[in-house]
Write a protein of this length. Structure first.
Length: 73
């Protein structure tokens, strides 16, 4: 019986997660970091946005895109 290429993904021995899950988690965190950087450039608190970015991922990016830009004169 032929197997699917999705079932042939290697498991990561250290944490026991499939490679596809690890890649999705990594992308989630990268999107969160991008959201934190964007929010920081708009004048928001970096610490809060780093935490929110790691938890929220794509949702935090959408929220950061909607932030108004604060001009520090």
């Amino acid at each position: 019986m032929p197997s699917s290429y999705l079932t042939d993904l290697p498991d990561l021995a250290v944490i026991g997660l499939p490679l596809s899950v690890v890649v999705m988690m990594l992308l989630h965190c990268i999107i969160g970091l991008a959201a934190a950087q964007l929010a920081y450039r708009k004048g928001a608190d970096l610490g809060f946005w780093l935490i929110w970015g790691m938890i929220g991922g794509t949702l935090s990016l959408v929220t950061a895109l909607q932030l108004p830009t604060e001009h520090g004169d």
